[in-house]
Design a protein around this ligand. Structure first.
Ligand SMILES: NC(=O)c1ccc[n+]([C@@H]2O[C@H](COP(=O)([O-])OP(=O)(O)OC[C@H]3O[C@@H](n4cnc5c(N)ncnc54)[C@H](OP(=O)(O)O)[C@@H]3O)[C@@H](O)[C@H]2O)c1
Length: 428
């Protein structure tokens, strides 16, 4: 790609503030930017909490990079940040306000004095794992265990719902050339999380012909998990709440889908001493297990890919095979999880927590996208002004299957101004 030159950019001196898509000269950083801002006093529904404001462009440190955001990805992080639940991100990073957004595609606009691998003009995507880079976990160990580990755009401010975002240099990855800005900006958080869940916890790693139960198959995580399973030659069994979503999962490469609405074994596990309630739950859970057997030919699944939490965990722990793994990265429906421990110890099942991914894992996962084995699963692109609306849909589980993006500076004019090869990319 030909990187934009100052000549190709808007021929004007640095203004205090640029409008969306009105590109400053390459590398020239304005004082202010448009951002979707969450403040502590307005935590609540995204429509109330996430409002447009003009704020200062963040200053960068020696190992940091300022990225001119072309597109940002919509994740549940933004919903949690708006709600301020289970906690306010502002109480975590203690800044005056919070700019959410943990996925981005864009152009490197400024680099700190210690940055060697990236230069102004590089087209990049951002992974959301921030670490100290100095401890033993970051150097030859498992960076997800670094004591300073944080999720950018959730535990830190200056996320991607703004014209510029501030990231550690190690968070950058090359933008897959065949993707539009919106596609490139929408998938990394869920893709790398799914990758670590399926490959990051040996010996329970994905292998050909394994059976994997994928909750929320058409959601952000599920969309990527199904494609990763397909690429590995494994069988993804998607759980969804409608036939439309089931068909979407089949198009992605699922082996089969199950409608969770056909069963009534959701929520906290009933007390086994309450014989009637327990029998009703157990019968429904076994019915669900039989629906899985009908797909697998009578064997239990090797891995359960979990994230709904409270509503589904008792069943996940039941249906995974002896010695298999329930791997989970969230508790969207609640995090006071219950399960019958007897099945877990007697059948030596593994319950494994998982959280985002290291840079190494994000890079591995990105290779599948670069190699066109996995798509970004872009469902819909919203204009910047509708950032809160996209999060409203997600909060109510009314969002379309796949991953949503926000066009930040990737307006049609913005793409044109960034040079010919970029302008040729469709902004969907
Ligand atoms: N720790 C991490 O690193 C990490 C990373 C990414 C995401 N997460 C978390 O993981 C969760 C899911 O993220 P996502 O991006 O995949 O969200 P998403 O796009 O909203 O997908 C979640 C899916 O869950 C399903 N679902 C909703 N309610 C359910 C219920 N009661 N029982 C079973 N399934 C239900 C929905 O599908 P159906 O209605 O069709 O079943 C939905 O498509 C969020 O809480 C997010 O914060 C954590």
């Amino acid at each position: 790609m030909s990187t934009p030159t100052p000549e190709q950019s808007t021929p004007q001196a640095a203004a205090e503030l640029y409008e969306l898509g009105q590109i400053p000269p390459l590398g020239v950083v304005p004082k202010k930017m448009h951002a979707m801002v969450i403040r502590k006093e307005r935590h609540g529904r995204p429509a109330v909490a996430m409002l447009p404001e003009v704020v200062e462009v963040p200053a960068i440190g020696p190992n940091e990079v300022l990225v001119y955001v072309m597109a940002a990805g919509v994740n549940y992080n933004g919903v949690w940040a708006a709600l301020g639940k289970p906690l306010s991100p502002i109480d975590v990073h203690k800044q005056a306000y919070h700019v959410a957004g943990s996925d981005a595609s864009g152009v490197v606009w400024a680099v700190g004095s210690g940055v060697r691998s990236w230069k102004v003009g590089d087209e990049v995507i951002v992974h959301c794992n921030m670490t100290c880079g100095e401890c033993h976990h970051c150097n030859g160990g498992n960076p997800m265990l670094c004591r300073s580990q944080q999720i950018w755009g959730y535990e830190t401010t200056h996320g991607s719902f703004a014209q510029f975002c501030k990231v550690q240099a190690q968070q950058l990855l090359p933008k897959p050339k065949h993707l539009t800005w919106a596609e490139a900006g929408c998938y990394m958080l869920v893709h790398a999380t799914a990758w670590r869940m399926l490959y990051g916890h040996p010996p329970h790693v994905l292998k050909p012909a394994m059976n994997v139960l994928v909750w929320g198959g058409s959601g952000g995580l599920g969309t990527m998990a199904i494609q990763i399973c397909k690429a590995a030659g494994a069988n993804a069994i998607a759980v969804v709440s409608s036939a439309d979503k089931g068909e979407y999962c089949m198009e992605l490469g699922a082996k089969a889908w199950i409608n969770r609405k056909d069963f009534k074994c959701w929520g906290a596990m009933p007390d086994p001493d309450d014989a009637d309630k327990y029998a009703a739950w157990s019968n429904e859970a076994k019915k669900f297990g039989k629906a899985i057997w009908a797909i697998t030919g009578g064997v239990d699944v090797d891995i359960v890919f979990e994230h709904p939490g409270e509503d589904t965990f008792p069943v996940s722990a039941l249906v995974v095979r002896r010695g298999g793994m329930v791997v989970f990265c969230a508790g969207t429906t609640g995090y006071l999880i219950t399960f019958d421990a007897r099945y877990v110890w007697m059948r030596q099942k593994r319950i494994q927590g998982s959280h985002f991914a290291s840079k190494f894992e994000a890079d591995e996962a990105n290779h599948l996208v670069m190699d066109k084995r996995v798509t970004a699963g872009l469902s819909r692109t919203f204009p910047f002004k509708d950032t809160a609306q996209a999060h409203e849909l997600m909060a109510d589980n009314r969002h379309p299957p796949g991953n949503m993006a926000i066009a930040v500076n990737a307006t049609a004019e913005g793409c044109r101004n960034l040079g010919e090869s970029v302008a040729a990319q469709e902004v969907r």
